[in-house]
Ligand binder design. Structure first.
Ligand code: SIN
Length: 518
């Protein structure tokens, strides 16, 4: 298969990139790969919304910039923060023109508040903002003739010089992908490749991310020697529902704390007053560490979130998903406290990119959560991720249009790229082994590379992960590739990078906390 542009990942970043490029350049053929169906992505589960300045009487670009810098402990790249914040309103307008609907109050957008924000500025659709955006973008993308979709295909490897005899251009030429149904490996060549593969929360046992969030883009980029930065900055969301529902950890949006919900320990104390003057709406790193400390003190696996004093009409109108999911777990949030614990939520680092989303490998862009733009620094401000995805997708799409007009590789060159070659079939027993290895990796990361780390815990994690790595390598060398095996390989690479980058980081900043440095 050949496309002008191959986009791997169909969340807000990949879809908005494809829509913008397809509309501005109708002759450009875009191929989109989705690991599950088109809807399933981290975006779908985003509850809060998009942080964007829209009420210029009560808010300003300067305040949003300052809040972002403050949440990151002044480690964000100020230039990037500045242009993302200022370009945000136009991107949200565009998204609305493409069909996304957000809650309104009178003629204005209804704005929510989240931790670390000095003003109400979260544009949202109830507590289903991501789902609303995802559905609108899918409908828009499907209406464009020059975008084709391959659902249920996972990324195996990026195609680089290494795959092509006598080639040294330092470029990316597309990717090998594997189909879920018949486990066939397909070669998709492309002038430009865009990674928008989202997060990697699945390296942890408790994560708000869906099961497909396994860092596939990061793993493939690492093998292609692309620069990856700041993977030690893993953001834990303070409030995920305890216990899991159907094996998944459900997010309790920060917006509910914005509406007045209060964290309580087992004694019923509203403990955040002891940790930060902003109390329950302090930035996430502070709230997560406070919960971690309360859980340790009480020797319990969770704390509580109390929403019982919030007007029932507000709960029903603004938080229907939270109401329903808590109900499924037997919790009536109108009367009961919600048991919550922090869970891996967002990776602030990723594939290092410039202001157009370009990586150091020519022809390869990265946008959305898998990228490292400099916006988040050591700690992402709540609801800045969808904003970043929209702004960088738009910039990358504009840049791609220029690139495609300027630099084209010939058809005969692409014909030289070999197909993937595989070996024998995998047995059922090996499939069980893959599941076990994935579970061990998650246990290692949660036990030793969580909210609070130490030199000793990181060393332990490295040693234990090495065993998983050796077993995975053996499986990889001796068996036909399957989607489960490629996924495990990516999880191992991401976990390894997280541990190595954590070991090198010399101070406590943002979400990175090493008790040896206290
Ligand atoms: C939330 O709704 O609390 C999540 C929003 C985000 O992660 O930015």
């Amino acid at each position: 298969m050949h496309a002008d542009v191959l986009v791997v990942g169909t969340g807000i970043a990949g879809l908005s990139y494809a829509v913008r490029l397809a509309e501005s350049s109708p002759k450009v053929k875009i191929c989109m790969i989705s690991k599950r169906d088109l809807l399933e992505s981290n975006t779908k589960y985003a509850q809060g919304g998009i942080a964007v300045v829209s009420n210029f009487f009560l808010d300003s670009y300067e305040d949003h910039v300052q809040d972002t810098m403050k949440a990151s402990g002044n480690t964000s790249n100020k230039t990037v923060v500045d242009f993302v914040v200022r370009e945000g309103p136009a991107r949200v307008k565009e998204l609305m023109a493409w069909g996304a609907q957000f809650d309104t109050k009178g003629s204005k957008l209804h704005l929510g508040k989240e931790g670390g924000h000095s003003a109400k500025r979260i544009v949202h659709h109830k507590d289903q903002s991501g789902l609303q955006i995802q559905n609108a973008l899918i409908a828009k993308a499907r209406s464009l003739q020059n975008i084709t979709f391959f659902e249920n295909h996972s990324l195996v490897d990026l195609i680089t010089d290494h795959h092509i005899p006598n080639t040294k251009q330092g470029r990316c030429y597309g990717a090998y992908v594997i189909s879920k149904r018949d486990e066939e490996i397909v070669k998709i060549t492309a002038q430009l490749t865009v990674l928008s593969t989202g997060g990697a929360g699945q390296v942890y046992a408790h994560t708000t991310n869906p099961t497909a969030a396994t860092g596939d883009g990061l793993g493939a980029a690492y093998r292609a020697k692309v620069h990856i930065e700041n993977l030690h900055f893993v953001q834990f969301h303070p409030t995920a529902l305890f216990p899991k529902i159907d094996g998944n950890t459900f997010l309790i949006s920060e917006a509910i704390r914005g509406a007045g919900a209060v964290l309580r320990n087992f004694k019923g104390e509203a403990f955040m007053t002891q940790y930060d003057t902003r109390k329950d709406l302090a930035p996430r790193d502070i709230v997560s560490r406070a919960i971690h400390s309360e859980m340790k003190k009480s020797n319990q696996a969770h704390v509580y979130l109390d929403a019982t004093h919030i007007d029932i009409k507000i709960l029903e109108q603004e938080f229907p998903t939270i109401l329903t999911n808590c109900h499924k777990a037997g919790i009536d949030i109108i009367k009961d406290f919600i048991p919550v614990l922090p869970a891996a939520h967002y990776i602030c680092g990723g594939i290092d990119v410039d202001e157009h989303g370009q990586s150091n490998l020519q022809g390869l862009y990265a946008i959305g959560e898998c990228s490292h733009t400099g916006l988040h620094g050591a700690n992402r401000l709540a609801s800045n991720s969808l904003l970043e995805a929209l702004v960088f997708a738009s910039r990358a799409a504009k840049h791609s249009a220029v690139k495609l007009a300027d630099e084209i590789l010939s058809t005969s060159f692409f014909e030289r790229i070999p197909n993937w070659s595989g070996t024998e079939d995998i047995s059922n027993q090996k499939t069980v082994q893959i599941h076990e290895l994935r579970a061990s990796l998650q246990r290692i990361m949660s036990a030793h590379v969580g909210i609070v780390k130490s030199g000793e815990s990181l060393q332990k994690a490295e040693e234990e992960l090495h065993k998983v790595y050796v077993a995975t390598k053996e499986l990889y060398q001796q068996n036909k590739l399957t989607p489960q095996l490629t996924t495990l390989r990516n999880l191992v690479s991401v976990a390894y990078l997280m541990i190595k980058q954590s070991q090198k980081y010399p101070q406590n900043k943002g979400v990175y906390f090493n008790e040896d440095y206290v």
